[in-house]
Ligand binder design. Structure first.
Ligand code: PLP
Ligand code: COI
Length: 354
């Protein structure tokens, strides 16, 4: 056991698993590096964070996370360039959003030092695990949950913050066919839709499974009151191109303020692409699909990167989107990933070396 600084304990594993990993065929989020960061909150204060061998956490059966779902997470990636340098993409945005989620779930804010220093040290320790095969990266999952126990339906008095690392390939295997959902809702005004709360995802599984059974990969959620306007997909924000204009809906109480979404908007503007952030009705999309002005739809998110949507379904009818040689999705994805993998200049100042 060693102490990297007075604020972080490092306990290295004696049994690295790295030799067992096929880095050329990585799934998404199923292989984990040798170490993880864990920091506990008790007696009203965050304790000394610790990097320790990846492994199970022990919890009381009445830990409030099990009963009342006080649980949040983030999704980030680390990228390794040709020279072995490692970069994060806008990590301060994830840190800020983590604590926006904490506040909404009545959890204590995680100090920046615990999050950022812990993440950097963890990535340095497990840097051999960061994959370099094209399209792969180190998916980073910071998460926090109520580890304090008790059956009273009130916030816990103890919490755990942890970070695990998953060297990963693509989130989606191919193009994506989505269902525009109008019966179920992901979130509601005044709810927790804007937070990365575990329960937001649990609530999506059943309606998404119904869509999967019908042959779709993801659901596009519509607003919970009228179901007339599209909002976002299960794990990504959504962009629509009508003629040459790139549209995405505004964020709200109900929608995750995606870091990829705002980056794509900034890159599109810098590229001279006309963008509009406004409500987009299902009716408008269907009319545009029917009259040929709907050129593209794509999802954007850390895990999904930029994922072209090749068809959408609404009320049992499927609408195919054209194959474009000069798609905005490909162009914007390349601009963004070139910045992420240190293959181009970074005029926005988003890349942060580890
Ligand atoms: N929307 C939802 C529901 C998500 O889970 C994600 C993934 O994080 C996104 C959007 C995209 O957000 P970001 O680009 O910050 O990863
Ligand atoms: C991410 O893109 O990082 C996400 O959090 C999506 C996730 C549900 C896989």
């Amino acid at each position: 056991m060693e102490t990297a600084s007075k604020d972080l304990i490092i306990e290295k594993t004696a049994n690295s698993k790295i030799a067992q990993v096929d880095f050329d065929n990585l799934p998404f989020g199923k292989v984990y590096s040798d170490h993880m960061l864990v920091c506990e909150y008790k007696n009203g204060a965050w304790q000394t964070p610790k990097i320790q061998p990846f492994g199970p956490l022990s919890l009381d059966p009445t830990a409030k996370v099990f009963h009342y779902g006080q649980s949040i997470f983030e999704g980030m990636k680390a990228y390794k360039d040709e020279n072995g340098k490692v970069f994060l993409f806008r990590p301060e945005e994830n840190y800020k959003r983590f604590n926006i989620s904490s506040e909404r779930l009545a959890m204590p804010a995680v100090p920046e030092e615990v999050f950022m220093n812990g993440l950097n040290e963890l990535l340095k320790l497990d840097s051999d695990w960061i994959p370099t095969t094209p399209g792969s990266s180190m998916y980073i999952r910071p998460f926090g949950f109520a580890s304090g126990s008790g059956l009273h339906a009130s916030p816990a008095d103890e919490y755990t913050f942890a970070i695990v690392l998953a060297p990963s390939g693509s989130y989606f295997a191919g193009k994506v066919k989505v269902k525009i959902e109008e019966r179920y809702s992901r979130s509601a005004n005044g709810g927790v839709g804007f937070a990365k709360a575990g329960g937001n995802y649990a609530g999506q599984f059943y309606p998404t499974q119904l869509a999967v059974d019908e042959g779709y990969q993801q659901v596009i959620w519509t607003d919970d009151t009228s179901h007339e306007y599209i909002e976002e997909a299960g794990a990504m924000n959504v962009f629509v191109r009508i003629n040459d204009t790139l549209l995405t809906c505004p964020t709200s109480d109900r929608i995750l303020d995606g870091i990829t979404r705002k980056s794509i908007l900034d890159i599109a503007k810098a590229e001279g692409i006309a963008t509009e952030v406004r409500k987009i009705s299902v009716k408008e999309i269907i009319e545009a699909a029917e009259n040929g002005s709907l050129k593209e739809m794509f999802g954007a998110g850390t895990a999904a990167v930029v994922s072209p949507i090749n068809a959408f379904g609404f009320r049992g009818t499927d609408y195919d989107l054209p194959e474009l040689n000069d798609s905005y999705a490909n162009r914007l994805k390349k601009r963004m990933t070139d910045i992420q993998y240190n293959k181009s200049e970074d005029p926005f100042g988003w890349r942060v070396e580890v």
